[in-house]
Write a protein that binds this ligand. Sequence first.
Ligand code: HEM
Length: 138
Amino acid sequence: MLSAAPQLTSALDGFRLTLHVLAATVWVGGQVTMLGLVGPSRALGEAAPRTLARAFNRLAWPAYGLLFLTGIWNIQAVGKGGTTWSMVLGIKLAFFLLAGLGAYLHTKATSKAQLAIWGSVGGVASVIALALGVFLNG
Ligand code: HEM
């Protein structure tokens, strides 16, 4: 099957998508990194996981806000897609909200079970939102 030669994206679109993807790397990649660091950090002392988590929160929430702002910019830039595209965008927004809710409740958890449940909800919802974003950029 013949396909068109790949084209470079414009400078403004490149800037917009770089900001959106950079924020996604901090929000999603940071959670994956925390998953790997929290256990071993206990060797540094009782308070180490909490200190790490607080430091990550200071980066993660601005990234979440930037995802929303650049997401709105994305919608405005790409225009209205077809029915399936709009449906995938709607599902992505639902997972975006669930990701934020899970991450927020994770910070408010009062037991190990709550920490695990809300951390997983936030993490899985974030990865699903990321995958749906890749499909939107068709
Ligand atoms: C957890 C939050 C989010 C993650 C991890 C995420 C991730 C991504 C990724 C990886 C892409 C593909 C970029 C590319 O292929 O170059 C993308 C595209 C997109 N995202 Fe997000 N996103 C998030 C939140 C949002 C929100 C809140 C909105 C809307 C308000 C949004 C709207 C879009 C749109 C419209 C595209 C397609 C952009 C285009 O085709 O130029 N995203 N997203």
